[in-house]
Design a protein around this ligand. Sequence first.
Ligand SMILES: *Cc1c(COP(=O)(O)O)cnc(C)c1O
Length: 379
Amino acid sequence: MSQFANLQMVDLKGQYLKIKSEVDAAIQSVIDNTAFIKGEPVKQFEEELAHYLGAKHVIGCANGTDALQLALMALGLKPGDEVITPDFTFIATVEVVALLGLKPVLVDVDMNDFTIDIDSLRDAITPRTKAIIPVHLFGQCANMEAIMQLANQHGIFVVEDTAQAIGSTYTFSNGKSQMAGTIGHFGCTSFFPSKNLGCFGDGGAIFTNDDALAEEVRSIANHGMRVRYHHDRIGVNSRLDTIQAAVLRVKLKHLDSYNVARQQAAQRYDDLLGSVAQLQIPARVAWSNHTFHQYTLRLLSGNRQKLIDSLKENGIPAMVYYPIPLHRQKAFQPYVDANAAKVFPNSLELSQQVFSLPMHTELNDDMQQFIAENVIKSL
Ligand SMILES: *Cc1c(COP(=O)(O)O)cnc(C)c1O
């Protein structure tokens, strides 16, 4: 067994203990005020996150999946309109497209950085394409400059799925930088506990610089109403709880240092594993920094399941994000046009090669050395 009592993919307890008094006081204050729904901390957090991101509007909601759904609902799309998403991502990105009666169009990803492949994206655009959802996978931004160019050229909306990349920075070729999620028409994020900015339950948010879209999202998230009991359209009920907002206000102050801790841990893994021939460490692209929601390697040769089992025997968790590409998921068979002989070679190969090692803010040298030694031993 491991010399480390409890190695985990994510150490939420260790992170909490360091900010315990502050978080506990914030939660207690919500309880004291009993403003559980739409309490003051929700508005305060929305303003603070908007300021942090340099976004004009932040709208809290119940989770990251809702954030994507609300954004798409606000765009006024019609049934059958096509929405392009990468084939290699968490299901939520594409699920909401199908749920709204829109047509998900899956495209392959780049072998190097795992984000949407620009050539495949260009090829997938048709007159019916109304939106693109790039995913900033594992903490690194998709090529937003190329995506925005294509989108502007064709009059297509862009909804960034930044659930895994809050706090990442995108740099354009002219040297100008913007925070992930503030470049497209909407940015959508999740505060699921294990995300880089996680709350103590479910939570999510939408960012936009467009006043009208922001108002539309607020109304949709609130039963389609702007004036109480006047319902202008069919909406939903999706709110960020006051208690979660109170926790997030505390954690937002630490987000930059959390992301630095992840980057340092990633660098240590790189140093320990970068020269191993069977392994491909995570690439870094020129246009984005990497905030390492996951530290994901490719196993270029060898048996991945054997490696994971062997790590587990030594008390080291390892996970596969994601083992089945979307085009192979049962739920998406109706959307994959069999006649078009659509293939996703990169996405498929990645799903067979990738594995992620423990990545969180509480990792230290000794733990990572132990993990790396075991990875090398288990190859
Ligand atoms: C976590 C995640 C979501 C969904 O967030 P929830 O808060 O769990 O609904 C969406 N997209 C990606 C890429 C994610 O990682």
